[in-house]
Design a protein around this ligand. Sequence first.
Ligand SMILES: [Mn+2]
Length: 348
Amino acid sequence: MKLTFRWYGEKDSIPLSYIRQIPGMTGVVTAVYDVPVGEAWSDSSLNKLKSLCDEQCMGMEVIESIPVHEDIKLGRGKRDYYIENYCKNIRAVAKVGVKCVCYNFMPVFDWLRTDMHHPNADGSDSLSYSRADYEKVDPNNLHLPGWDESYTPEELQSLLAAYREVSHEDLFENLVYFLKKVIPVCEEVGINMAIHADDPPWDIFGLPRIVSTEADLDKMFEAVPSVRNGVTLCAGSFGAGRSNDVIKMAGKYAKQGRVHFVHLRNVKYTDDTDSFCEVGHRSADGSLDMAGIVKALVDNGFDGYVRPDHGRNIWNEGGKPGYGLFDRALGATYINGLFEMAEKVKAK
Ligand SMILES: [Mn+2]
């Protein structure tokens, strides 16, 4: 297991010099943030990131993410242009030593919560999703926590309208079209593509989602069988779907060599619909068996990248919700413990 930590580049309030002091930390998961989605990343931006990481002896082997332009997901006329840029980016990141690219194929919103500061009993706060609050959102006048700066209301309405014509099958075909062009480049330059689970794993606001279940992954891997075509096993995202057996999925896809990246976080189911709250990483704090997930990965030969996913906001840290230093560092030490135990038990 190679332990990593998400880092938003120089604008991140958490310095690399702090990240490197977390026990077992091998590197960061980052991206180029200075160009619009769909455009080519410059070698100079990548080289800058790489040299900052080098200075702190931190690896930079995972990119999260190279975002996929909506025209690719919609199958619009300009998709070939954007796919060509995507392939250029794959080649560019490979040149600076990147081994794994996390991406997602969710239309418009690549995550959804209804509260960014859900108060917890211990005085911390965390991200949460409530079905009752979701149902109160007016799809014709969408304002979602954490999203108001990403789209103008007009852009949003025109995107939502465009997706009304796109079925699950259309979206899947557009994913396969994309992968059939990108995966051969990955094979050539030694990059693993790791699609992130839908977050949460069901359709929202009528937008189709196609990476929500084991059946979805099977279908995707069958269509593009190369093992370069893999998954970011996000425990909290798949795990928010109560019919997903995350332990089974972890073991099955690790065995296939398709788990290229793992996000570990726990969620707690908070009512009998599909509401959930993000909690500390420990199994006892939420609804997922984190030790079971790690054991399934290790027992099936997983040796890829792992990062603690969202943490709670604790010790008055503030900052980007889910991406503070403190609770993710606590999560990292817990993850170290789970892997140490699973690997020692396996070696016996
Ligand atoms: Mn995740």
